[in-house]
Write a protein that binds this ligand. Structure first.
Ligand code: XMP
Length: 523
């Protein structure tokens, strides 16, 4: 079945962003339920909505009051002719405001947890049976309230302060709370009621269908004879992109290059290259360690190191291309969060578009067109389709690893000796995490070699050796992070093993800084 085989050629759900911090979460929840969803700014043109033919439209929350002059408005009547509407928080207030209801300032604001009570209203029987209870613990954050619901809608739930917590009509559901957050009990049931009950949608956005859909799009875009170039980093995104392209176009038309920049972890280049070959990629390994190391000589500033690595990478990548390859396309692992245009009310709509030009400048110079097969997907979906494509679990579950690699984990100048020390220590730390079953609970774990020497005593002798910091964080997207609470026993074991086996290190510390104020990497 194709992902587009819904009841018609309708594609999925449209989430209109009115400036909430939670908008991405709405789209992710819908996708977890098996529905394709797209986020667009609140002013997304009506013609584009008509062309998309959404199954339902969700109006997100937002920081404004509908009465503020600069508040984002939208002609809700027009939207209603296109599909059923779900209004969340500000979205709920806007629908009421635009369709004959009334919104006002609340005497008592409702922030955080609240308990709402559902009533039985005409047409709402299925909602109640979906919830299985009339009482629901929810998460709210609002200063305005809907005093009277829009025309044609009935009050369906009240909060503890007896404010309207939900209203319902044939094609409209408004909720004052946030069903998309995990703190809202049965939030998923509310979303199911809207998507399946009110919009009649059937879940069809699951890994096998997503793979079919992406393959079809690749074929449409790349055509039947063009060739694609794909830079591999060892990470999940580029591995999935290369595998997807290879399975769609065949290995003869997908030319992959994996560069060893000499900044990878212990045995990483050999192991990753072997697994790429094992999964059938047409990959050329290029060992350019020496070129990178000489470019890094004498550099201590983190940004100078990054720039040097980026520059050499492009040179090496370009030099590695076989002139006989008839390439027209360059593949990139751009993800959906990088292409969403999010709304900024301070300076107008902001285009948060980050390009992944790991091979910056190359597309223009070589006149290559870009193919970005996973640009519709969130990271967890990329992992799912990686498994669906048969990639090994350890490749899918790998911690993110920065492009500049160990160069930004050796503080100060990067030398062959310092890299060797860091590699050994890092290998001990990561092996211990795997041995204790902790690896998958952690977003990223690594060691940082400090340019500091301290006095120690090892055996009978005094030592003067380097300090190493362990870093391990939990995170859902790398934007914020918290340090992982290892047990003292675990830290003791790792520290002992490192100081016993890596003689250049006589002191191990653990970094207990979250992000913010720290960053995940030290440089
Ligand atoms: P920070 O250190 O900014 O890192 O909290 C957030 C995430 O980005 C990774 N990172 C990089 N990735 N090139 C990359 O490809 C870089 O220069 C770079 N710097 C940081 C970091 O490992 C973490 O996952």
């Amino acid at each position: 079945m194709k992902a587009t085989d819904q009841t018609t050629d309708q594609k999925g759900f449209l989430v209109l962003d009115f400036g909430s911090q939670l908008t991405q979460l709405i789209a992710r929840r819908l996708r977890e339920l098996g529905f394709y969803s797209e986020i667009h700014p609140f002013h997304y043109p009506l013609e584009k909505i008509k062309a998309m033919k959404p199954l339902g439209i969700i109006l997100s929350g937002g920081p404004n009051s509908v009465y503020e002059e600069e508040a984002p408005h939208r002609n809700v009547k027009e939207l209603l002719t296109e599909a059923p509407l779900l209004g969340i928080c500000y979205g709920m207030q806007l629908i009421a405001h635009e369709l004959g209801g009334k919104v006002e300032k609340a005497q008592s604001k409702e922030y955080g947890f609240n308990r709402v009570t559902w009533k039985s209203v005409s047409g709402g029987e299925n909602l109640l049976s979906q919830l299985g209870q009339s009482d629901q613990k929810v998460w709210m954050s609002h200063g305005d309230i809907v005093h009277s619901p829009p025309e044609g809608c009935a009050v369906a739930a009240l909060s503890e302060s007896q404010h309207i917590a939900a209203y319902l009509g044939t094609k409209i559901l408004g909720v004052q709370f946030h069903p998309e957050v995990a703190h809202t009990q049965k939030g998923e049931e509310i979303l199911k009621y809207f998507t399946m009950g009110m919009c009649g949608a059937k879940p069809n956005w699951k890994a096998p269908q997503i793979v079919d859909h992406l393959k079809e799009k690749i074929l449409q875009q790349v055509g039947s004879s063009d060739h694609v170039l794909c830079g591999l980093s060892g990470g999940v995104d580029s591995s999935v992109v290369a595998t997807l392209l290879t399975k769609t176009l065949g290995p003869d038309r997908v030319h992959c290059v994996f560069v060893n920049n000499g900044l990878l972890r212990k045995n990483e280049y050999e192991n990753v290259l072997a697994s790429y070959k094992a999964i059938g990629l047409n990959v050329k390994g290029v060992d350019a360690s020496t070129a990178f190391l000489s470019a890094l000589k004498g550099l201590t500033d983190p940004e100078a190191k990054r720039k040097a690595i980026g520059r050499v990478f492009i040179e090496v990548f370009e030099a590695s291309l076989d002139p006989k390859w008839p390439i027209q396309w360059l593949a990139q692992g751009t993800l959906y969060p990088d292409v969403i245009e999010s709304v900024s009310f301070k300076g107008g709509p902001s285009h948060k578009i980050k390009s992944h030009h790991n091979v910056g400048g190359l597309p223009e110079k070589m006149r290559l067109k870009l193919v970005e097969p996973v640009r519709e997907l969130f990271k967890d979906e990329v992992r799912q389709i990686g498994l669906e494509l048969g990639l090994p679990k350890d490749m899918i579950g790998r911690h993110p690893f920065p492009g500049p690699g160990l160069a930004i984990r050796v503080m100060g100048e990067v030398t062959e000796e310092s890299l060797a020390i860091l590699r050994e220590a890092d290998h001990i730390f990561i092996s211990k995490l795997r041995e204790k079953g902790l690896y998958d609970q952690i977003w990223q774990a690594f060691c940082v070699l400090l340019p500091v020497k301290t006095v120690g005593v090892q055996g009978d002798g005094r030592t003067y050796a380097q300090v190493l910091s362990l870093r391990a964080v939990t995170s859902s997207d790398g934007m914020t992070a918290d340090w992982y609470p290892f047990t003292f026993d675990f830290l003791r074991e790792v520290s002992n093993e490192i100081t016993n086996k890596v003689h250049a290190i006589n002191r191990v510390v653990y970094d207990v800084t979250s992000k913010p104020p720290g960053t995940i990497e030290w440089e």
